[in-house]
Design a protein around this ligand. Structure first.
Ligand SMILES: Cc1cc2nc3c(=O)[nH]c(=O)nc-3n(C[C@H](O)[C@H](O)[C@H](O)COP(=O)(O)OP(=O)(O)OC[C@H]3O[C@@H](n4cnc5c(N)ncnc54)[C@H](O)[C@@H]3O)c2cc1C
Length: 427
């Protein structure tokens, strides 16, 4: 029987609890949200001696940060070619190099803090679903080299089987700097490291309202109401990703939640697993409605993406994921499916990452499937801004497009997915 729960929760040690502690009346920095963005920011601040408090509405990493595919990617959602088209060559180069540095930062934190989270620098594969997509990957390899001095490996159709045990693709682009991680272990490890360094972490504390009070004598500029009491803070970091619009009206109709779902098979025997993904890399394809997959540390095939949707039956989503998996690896037809789960990520209409300041508060959000590395990196950059250290944030000041009809239900996420499906079939 497929368990409707997250593999990463089940394969991590029991998490430490940060509940039922009394809240401080004042703090220098309040971090709202305990995913990668928030825990990384809290860690950096505490390590540099700031008095930092983190409020998480549920438990550490409970949302996207513990439920994701664990692909620690050394690139952006948009290709560098697209990023240049959108932002110009210089800014695009800075954005891409920030993503490369983001993957380095994950490795550095894991090593320095001794976080046991199965991090490996395995490399990622972008797999061309159509012949024209491979032509695009060839050009992208040149652009990466010319613009960012970044080396990748191009694999033609005839050599795909040296990397993946399938004939489904028309060629591959390998990014050797990406990695993989057990995300629940990683986010919880960052929270533990932050607490060791002196951060006050509180779970089950949902922020309801933020009042900006102007400059008080003691410097506390914000009065923050939670379900558990009130706190005053000099600085605030909004690390609430898909829910940022609930706290900040300016983002209400610009950042929206979108669901993604994953299945995991039973553990595969070594020979079968190595035959499917030969170097244990993480993989995603070039379709608009893409699949992302990898082997877990215990060699389960984990498969996410495809035409899965909120509001349909779990059976529909599991079927869509299984069909996708079998299209690429038919030998998994009889593999038992042990886990199925979903999570919520933040999207904006421009599919860019956004980080900067709003109403005197720092924010960082919308990593479009690249938050393992980018959220960790940008959370740290927000902390650096508060600490007066150099900040690397090429995503600052990007306009976020408005989605006028958006209210509570992101109906257009479903429309968008169906449109992407159409493009994949006929585009
Ligand atoms: C199924 C799935 C697969 C994915 N796969 C990948 C992948 O393979 N690689 C990759 O890089 N990225 C992936 N992502 C995206 C990645 O997980 C996210 O970009 C990343 O986790 C974002 O981190 P975050 O800390 O900003 O947000 P979150 O992890 O969503 O954390 C935000 C936190 O804020 C808390 N919060 C919200 N409102 C309040 C409030 N008012 N008061 C207090 N707390 C509040 C929430 O409870 C939550 O814990 C995936 C996402 C999903 C859902």
């Amino acid at each position: 029987m497929t368990q409707h729960t997250c593999l990463w929760w089940e394969s991590a040690p029991k998490p430490r609890s940060y509940r039922d502690k009394s809240l401080p009346a004042k703090t220098d920095v309040l971090v709202i949200g305990g995913g990668f963005t928030g825990t990384s920011a809290a860690l950096q601040l505490a390590k540099h001696g700031a008095k930092v408090t983190l409020f998480e509405a549920q438990s550490i990493g409970y949302e996207a940060s513990s439920r994701n595919g664990g692909q620690a990617l050394s690139c952006l959602h948009h290709t560098l070619t697209e990023t240049i088209h959108l932002h110009g060559k210089e800014l695009a180069r800075e954005m891409f190099l920030a993503a490369v540095e983001a993957a380095n930062t994950v490795e550095r934190i894991v090593t320095e803090e001794g976080i046991e989270c199965d991090f490996i620098r395995c490399g990622s594969i972008e797999a061309a679903a159509k012949p024209a997509h491979f032509e695009r990957l060839k050009r992208e390899q040149e652009v990466l080299k010319e613009t960012a001095g970044f080396d990748t490996l191009l694999v033609g159709k005839e050599k795909v089987r040296e990397e993946l045990g399938t004939d489904a693709y028309h060629g591959l682009l390998v990014n050797p700097r990406s990695g993989s991680v057990q995300p629940a272990k990683f986010v919880r490890g960052m929270a533990e490291a932050a607490e060791r360094a002196g951060a006050g972490i509180h779970e089950g504390v949902r922020v309801k309202n933020i009042e900006r009070r102007g400059s008080q004598m003691d410097g506390t500029r914000f009065k923050v109401q939670t379900e558990a009491g009130v706190i005053e803070a000099k600085e605030i970091i909004l690390a609430t990703n898909a829910w940022t619009g609930n706290l900040i009206p300016q983002f209400k109709m610009r950042v929206f939640p979108a669901e993604s779902y994953i299945i995991a098979t039973e553990p595969l025997n070594d020979e079968l697993a190595e035959g499917l993904i030969r170097s244990n890399r993480v993989v995603y394809d070039t379709r608009s409605l893409l699949a992302y997959y990898r082997l877990s540390p215990e060699r389960r095939m984990t498969w996410g993406g495809e035409l899965t949707m909120k509001g349909v039956s779990p059976g529909w989503n599991i079927g869509a994921l299984r069909n996708g998996m079998m299209r690429v690896f038919p030998e998994l037809a009889s593999a038992r499916l042990d886990y199925y789960w979903g999570g919520t990520l933040a999207l904006t209409l421009d599919e860019n990452t956004h980080a900067g300041m709003v109403d005197g508060m720092w924010y960082s959000m919308a990593y479009v499937g690249h938050g393992v590395t980018l959220a960790t990196y940008l959370g740290r950059q927000m902390a650096n801004g508060i600490l007066g250290k150099p900040v690397d944030n090429p995503f600052d000041n990007l306009k976020i497009p408005l989605v006028p009809p958006y209210r509570e239900s992101a109906w257009f996420v479903t429309i968008g997915k169906l449109w992407n499906r159409f493009l994949d079939l006929f585009g």
